[in-house]
Design a protein around this ligand. Sequence first.
Ligand code: GUN
Length: 294
Amino acid sequence: MPTIIDGKVVSQKIKEQIKIDTQKLFNEKGIKPGLALLLVGNNSASEIYVKMKDKTCNELGFHSIIERMDEDSSEEAVINMINKWNEDPQIHGILVQLPLPKQINEFRVLNTISPNKDVDAFHPANVGKIMIGLPGFVPCTPAGIMELFEHYNIDLIGKHAVVIGRSNIVGKPIANLMLQKNKNANATVTICHSATKDISKYTKKADIIIAAIGVPNFVNGNMVKDGVVVIDVGINRIDDPTSTKGYKIVGDVEYDSVAPKASAITPVPGGVGPMTIAVLMKNTYNSAIKKYEI
Ligand code: GUN
């Protein structure tokens, strides 16, 4: 049976350390890391994620605020809110939950966030730093995956890693991090996407698969080789009449057919998901102590 990569346990360890550091920071300097969360519109999944982020802030002793704006809010109103936080010394991290409603230009909004408070690492200045391997804010989900590799001693050097999905939030940055020339990375990376012909041709050769395509159960046992390490980033809701909620959460990987062939695999839920929030907290703490000031 494969090693089950338990993101709950690893994220808990990270959060416990941040809680200790936060208490110390407050005792010594009177500073509380502060995170501002902006939720625009009525996306029910975004509502859950933002609440979880806020709850974690409270658990760790951070200052946090959630600002909710209507679905039909203007881009200008969103930008004004961000500019207010850019100037607020109690706010060290600004997070605009994506996706945004259609009338709002995502790039302009993310570009407004001060790069020094960009705890998601979505600002072009931070994306550029990641690209060339400079220290700075790291995107939460990809950095969470790298922490899992480190914790479970999964060596990437010279391995063939196949990323499925090319989003700016996961696919592109995780490919970049695995590619860096350092002892925790140094993989050979292939990125597959919606226009890739015969994805299984690539996944069958992969030592490591990062599934971040947003399609339930996309990767199945016939698409992978024995001993593969599988990281499932998918969080998909599918109908389930046997559940009281009427749905269940599944990943992008068909766990039951892939797990018997894998050497290590993340479950969904409880794999990558909790790591995203742990890294967000780490980034916010690091911003409060100005570790990543540009
Ligand atoms: N939507 C989906 N994932 C994320 C994330 O990591 N950060 C933000 N801001 N929005 C998201």
